[in-house]
Design a binder for this molecule. Structure first.
Ligand code: NAD
Ligand code: UDX
Length: 458
C-alpha cells in the first residue's frame, strides 16, 4: 500500500489510543501505528475489550483497526518506517530526588527520545503530544542531535486538550488544535506536515500555530485555569454553606456574565484526574525554578484548596452522622474521577474512602466502570472495603450514601427502594449535587449537598 504518510505514536494510553484512532478514522490515506512497551495494553487494543472506557471509542477503533490503524509492541519497526512520530508517554509528577512532588518525571520521555535516536536511519518529525514543562523540546532536541548519523530531527509541540469521558467528541470537534514549531525553514516545513494531518477534518481557523515554548506553556496554563475555576467555586461552596447562599444559584448568576461564562463552575467534592494536579504542580515547580515564588504560591493554592475541599466533605459526613461512623456501612456511589470513564487517577473518591476508613467506617464502593481500578487503588485495604457493580446491593443495611461521581445511572435509581433497604436515619451526601434533594427528603432521607442548605429533620 502506498501510504501518504506513516504516522507512529509511542504510548497507547488515554491520549495516544483515542487520538490516533480518530486520526486513522479521519485519514484513511495514512498508516497510523500505535506502539507501547506494555504488551497487555497493546493486546487489549487489539481485542474486543479495549483497555480504556470512552464513549464512542469502540466504533472509531472498529472502523479503522486493521485497515490503516495498527497496535503493536514492535517499537523498533514502528520508528524505522515512520515519517512523523507522536510521543504520548506518561509524564507523572516526580516522586524522588530534586523537585519531588512537583516537577515532571521525564524519564519515559527521555527513554523514548533515545529509542528514536537509536533506531532511526532517516530524518523524522517528532511531535510532543505528552504534557511537558516549558523548554522540554530543547532537551529532546539535544538528545536527538547527539546522533553521529547526520540525521535531522525536527521537534514540534502539539499538546492534547481532550477531556476523558468526552474524548472522541473533543478530538472530532476540537475548540482548537495547537501546534508549536520553530521559526526555521525546517520547523515551518514540519509544521505544515502536521497541519495537513488535522486539516483533514478540523477547520483551518481552529488550527493555531505558535512557537514551541508558547505551545508547551499554553497546555499547562489551560489546565491551571480550568482547575482554578473549580477550586474557586469550591471555595465559594464553603461560604455558601456558612451563609445560607446556594452555590448552584451563585454559579448560574455569575456564569451569565459573558466575561465569566458558565463552564467549569460546578461545585463538587473536589477535582480529580491525572492532569490537573500534576500540571499545576509542574507549573509551580517552573515558577520556583525561574525564581517567581509569588506566582508559585498563587498556583499552589488551587491544589491546596482542592485537598481542603475533599477532606471538608468527609468531615461533614462525620459531623452530620453524630460524629460516629465507626462500624457503619457507607455506600460510596462512584469511584471514577468523573462520569463516563473508568479512570480513577487522583479521584476524590479515594480520599473520601481513605478518610472513611480512618474513622473505621465500612465503605462499599459501587461504580459501573471503575471497580477493577478501585481494587488496585485500595489493594492495601481490600479486606476493609466491599465492591459491587450493583448500587442496590451496596445500600443494603447502609447508614449513608456518599455520591462521588456524577454517573447518569445514579440519577435514575429507585430511591424509595434504596431507602427501604437502608438503616434509619438514612443519609445522602451528594458530592456532585446531581440528585433531586427535595424529593429525597420527602422519601425520608437526610440530605447534605455541597454548597447549599441540606434537608434534615434531626
Ligand atoms: P497513560 O499512562 O495512559 O499512557 C502512557 C503510555 O505510555 C503507557 O501505556 C506506557 O506504557 C507508555 N510508555 C511509557 N514509556 C514508554 C516507552 N519508553 N515506550 C513506549 N511506550 C511507553 O497516560 P495518558 O493519560 O495517555 O497521558 C499521556 C500524556 O498526555 C501525559 O503527558 C498527560 O499529561 C497528557 N495528557 C493526558 C490527558 C488525559 O486526559 N489523560 C489529556 C491531555 C494530555
Ligand atoms: C482535563 C482538561 O479538561 C482537558 O482539557 C485536559 O486535556 C486534561 O485534563 P479531564 O481531567 O479528563 O480533562 O476532565 P475534566 O472534565 O477537566 O474534569 C477534571 C475534574 O474536575 C473532574 O474530577 C471533574 O469532575 C472536576 N470538575 C470539572 C468539577 O468538579 N467541576 C466542574 O465544574 C468541572
Amino acid at each position: 500500500m502506498n501510504w501518504e504518510k506513516k504516522i507512529l505514536c509511542i504510548g497507547a494510553g488515554y491520549v495516544g489510543g483515542p487520538t490516533m484512532s480518530v486520526i486513522a478514522d479521519r485519514c484513511p490515506q495514512y498508516k497510523v501505528t500505535v506502539v507501547d512497551i506494555n504488551a497487555d495494553r497493546i493486546a487489549a487494543w487489539n481485542s474486543a475489550q479495549l483497555p480504556i472506557y470512552e464513549p464512542g471509542l469502540e466504533q472509531v477503533v472498529e472502523r479503522a483497526r486493521g485497515r490503516n490503524l495498527f497496535f503493536s509492541t514492535d517499537i523498533d519497526a514502528g520508528i524505522a518506517e515512520a515519517n512523523i512520530i507522536f510521543v504520548s508517554v506518561n509524564t507523572p509528577t516526580k516522586t524522588f530526588g530534586h523537585g519531588a512532588g512537583y516537577a515532571s518525571d521525564l524519564q519515559y520521555l527521555e527513554k523514548t527520545a533515545r529509542h528514536i535516536l537509536a533506531v532511526s536511519e532517516e530524518p523524522k518529525i517528532v511531535v510532543e503530544k505528552s504534557t511537558l514543562p516549558v523548554r522540554t523540546a530543547e532537551a529532546m532536541q539535544r538528545i536527538l542531535d547527539s546522533n553521529d548519523k547526520g540525521i535531522h530531527f525536527e521537534i514540534l509541540s502539539n499538546p492534547e486538550f481532550l477531556a476523558e469521558g468526552t474524548a472522541i467528541n473533543d478530538l472530532e470537534n476540537p475548540d482548537r488544535v495547537l501546534i508549536g514549531a520553530s521559526e526555521t525553514p525546517e520547523g515551518q516545513a514540519a509544521l505544515q506536515e502536521v497541519i495537513d494531518i488535522y486539516a483533514n477534518w478540523v477547520p483551518r481557523d481552529r488550527i493555531l500555530t505558535t512557537n514551541v515554548w508558547s505551545s508547551e506553556l499554553s497546555k499547562l496554563t489551560a489546565n491551571a485555569f480550568l482547575a482554578q475555576r473549580v477550586s474557586s467555586i469550591n471555595a465559594v461552596s464553603a461560604i455558601c454553606e456558612a451563609t445560607g447562599a446556594n452555590v448552584d444559584e451563585v454559579a448560574f448568576a455569575i456564569g451569565q456574565d459573558s466575561r465569566i461564562g458558565p463552564k467549569f463552575l460546578k461545585a463538587s467534592v473536589g477535582f480529580g484526574g491525572s492532569c490537573f494536579k500534576k500540571d499545576i504542580l509542574n507549573l509551580v515547580y517552573l515558577c520556583r525554578h525561574f525564581n517567581l515564588p509569588e506566582a508559585a504560591e498563587y498556583w499552589e493554592w488551587v491544589v491546596r484548596m482542592n485537598e481542603w475541599q475533599k477532606h471538608r466533605f468527609t468531615k461533614r459526613i462525620l459531623t452530620t452522622m453524630f460524629n460516629s461512623i465507626a462500624g457503619k456501612r457507607i455506600a460510596v456511589f462512584g469511584f471514577a474521577f468523573k462520569a463516563d470513564t473508568g479512570d480513577t487517577r487522583e479521584t476524590p473518591a479515594l480520599t473520601v474512602v481513605r478518610d472513611l476508613l480512618d474513622e473505621h467506617a465500612l465503605p462499599v464502593i459501587t461504580d459501573p466502570q471503575a471497580i477493577p481500578e478501585a481494587k488496585n487503588d485500595l489493594a492495601d485495604v481490600l479486606d476493609l472495603v466491599e465492591f459491587t457493580e450493583d448500587p442496590y446491593e451496596s445500600v443494603k443495611g447502609a447508614h449513608a450514601i456518599v455520591i462521588c461521581t456524577e454517573w447518569q445511572h445514579f440519577k435514575e435509581l429507585d430511591y424509595q427502594k434504596i431507602y427501604d433497604s437502608m438503616e434509619k436515619p438514612a443519609f445522602i451526601f451528594d458530592g456532585r449535587n446531581i440528585l433531586d434533594h427535595q424529593k429525597l427528603y420527602e422519601i425520608g432521607f437526610e440530605v447534605t449537598p455541597v454548597g447549599k442548605a441540606g434537608y434534615s429533620r434531626l
